[in-house]
Design a protein around this ligand. Structure first.
Ligand SMILES: [Zn+2]
Length: 491
């Protein structure tokens, strides 16, 4: 058996002014051919899971491309066209194939296109013809469209947020693909899009409406006729027609069953729509509460400036408040500011300097803050994720500096990356467990690795491009009416 494999992933925040081009993909991942297998084998990723199954089943993988970038603004037309055309050229050159495995995100918005994955899947389907099965993993935040559903044989969404089941979904996609390829499975699918745009911080799967939906999905999957059930929470900050929650049910040759289950899940999501709404205390209140707690560390989650949701990762409101109150034994992880890193590198370890940090990208969400501190550490920014997310995968933060402002440590990084792993603090010589306060720039993913070490977690409603307060944004393209934007109209 020969199976084509590729990854092309981006979560696009259309409210961001930072375009995502070749440089941004190179900073995270842009690999061609066999390098894909070397980089992802054994990692806690979709590709890692797919590669495992292929090895165990004696399947020959035909690797094409692994392209991913940190979430930000639209993917440039040039980068999108380059990856798409190389992937299609590889597909045409691959010869006879028994299947196609794609690791896509599902919320990619290239310049001039609303639905990147729909466009890509349509082209892949056209290249391989109707008979070759295509199985695709999609992020929990995918904004799934009818085009994606029509062009792929099977979609497999992550069932967890934080996303700790990527390798399991990769394994599932590969296993099901082989069943379709050998004629043991005939997928029939149903897709529903209730008018729901859940904010990010209300989507976690440990509790709340997504837990309820996935418990229900788990019960449904016990029926051997049910192939897989995905409830996509959607990515609300991609202002496209199809943004929001969707339900996808695949059964083995039973369309009526797929329809019935999808209807039930969509109705359940709608019924519990108010449980998705999310509130957090403002900056001053959150910092005061954190400082008043005994025990350490207290995690202050800067949920609105999450680079994983397309925010810059450079807002300063929490840092400014920590400076104002003179917080010590505190670490801000991580603030994206390549210019500040360069200044620290020029000054050298041990030097004291005064400079402005952060607040450079998006004046609507805060200004730079002036600090005087000592350069405590310099690093090339390379670390290895310890998981649960991305376990074993190398992380690259670019040149990194730790600026110590009277025991308030600011980790300054040059490549944007969500603070989802305490390794991002440990690798520069700070023990996260010994700090009183840890500020992390992340909406939900930090929970997977920080909850086990945190004394307490406080979410903060600071300004930012990944805010869960959707009233802060002006939507023009998403289908209307939709909850919660049109709460009144929908009744
Ligand atoms: Zn996601």
């Amino acid at each position: 058996m020969r199976v084509f494999i590729a990854m092309f992933a981006h979560e696009t925040n259309t409210f961001s002014s930072l375009p995502t081009g070749r440089r941004e993909f190179e900073a995270r991942d842009l690999r061609w051919g066999g390098e894909l297998l070397e980089a992802y084998r054994g990692t806690g990723t979709c590709l890692g899971g797919m590669i495992d199954v292929a090895a165990a089943r004696g399947v020959t993988l035909v690797p094409s491309v692994a392209a991913a970038a940190s979430p930000a603004g639209r993917v440039t037309a040039a980068l999108y066209a380059e990856v798409r055309s190389r992937l299609l050229a590889d597909l045409r050159a691959a010869g006879a194939l028994d299947g196609v495995l794609l690791d896509l995100h599902g919320a990619m918005v290239p310049e001039g296109l609303a639905d990147g994955e729909g466009d890509l899947l349509r082209a892949v389907r056209a290249a391989v013809g109707p008979a070759v099965p295509i199985a695709t993993t999609l992020d929990f935040h995918a904004n799934v469209t009818r085009e994606m559903v029509a062009c792929a044989s099977l979609l497999h969404g992550y069932k967890t947020y934080p996303h700790v089941d990527m390798d399991a979904r990769g394994r599932e996609a590969a296993t099901r693909l082989l069943e379709v390829a050998t004629g043991r499975l005939r997928p029939t699918v149903a897709f529903r899009q209730p008018p729901l745009l859940p904010p990010i911080a209300g989507q976690l799967t440990a509790r709340g409406p997504m837990r309820r939906l996935y418990d229900l999905a788990g019960e449904m999957e016990r029926d051997p006729k049910v192939v897989s059930v995905s409830v996509f929470a959607g990515f609300p900050l991609a202002d496209i027609h199809d943004a929001g929650l969707s339900v996808y049910v695949a059964t083995d040759g039973d369309q009526a069953l797929a329809d019935r289950l999808a209807d039930r899940l969509a109705a359940t999501a709608w019924e519990h729509r108010r449980d998705f709404l999310h509130t957090a205390p403002p900056v001053r209140e959150a910092v005061a509460r954190a400082l008043a707690l005994d025990g350490r560390p207290v995690v202050l989650a800067d949920i609105a400036d999450n680079p994983g949701g397309g925010a810059p990762g450079d807002t300063t409101e929490i840092l400014r408040e920590l400076l104002r109150v003179g917080a010590r034994h505190a670490t801000v992880a991580c603030l994206w500011d390549p210019a500040a890193v360069r200044a620290c590198v020029a000054a050298g370890v041990g030097a004291t300097l005064t400079l402005e940090v952060g607040g450079r990208v998006d004046p609507a969400h805060g200004a730079p803050v002036a600090v005087t501190g000592r350069v405590r550490t310099l690093s090339d920014g390379r670390f290895v994720h310890k998981g649960p997310m991305f376990r074993g995968l190398e992380g690259r933060l670019g040149p990194t500096a730790v600026l110590d402002v009277n025991d308030l440590k600011v980790i300054l990084i040059s490549q944007r990356w969500q603070t989802l792993d305490p390794e991002m603090i440990r690798f520069v010589g700070i023990d996260p467990g010994a700090e009183k306060i840890l500020v992390v720039k992340s909406s939900v993913h930090y929970r997977a690795a920080f909850e086990p070490i945190a004394h307490a977690i406080l979410e903060v409603d600071a300004p930012g491009l990944s805010s869960s307060n959707l009233a802060r944004f002006t939507f023009t393209n998403v289908r209307r009416p939709i909850f919660p934007l049109d709460d009144v109209a929908l009744g």
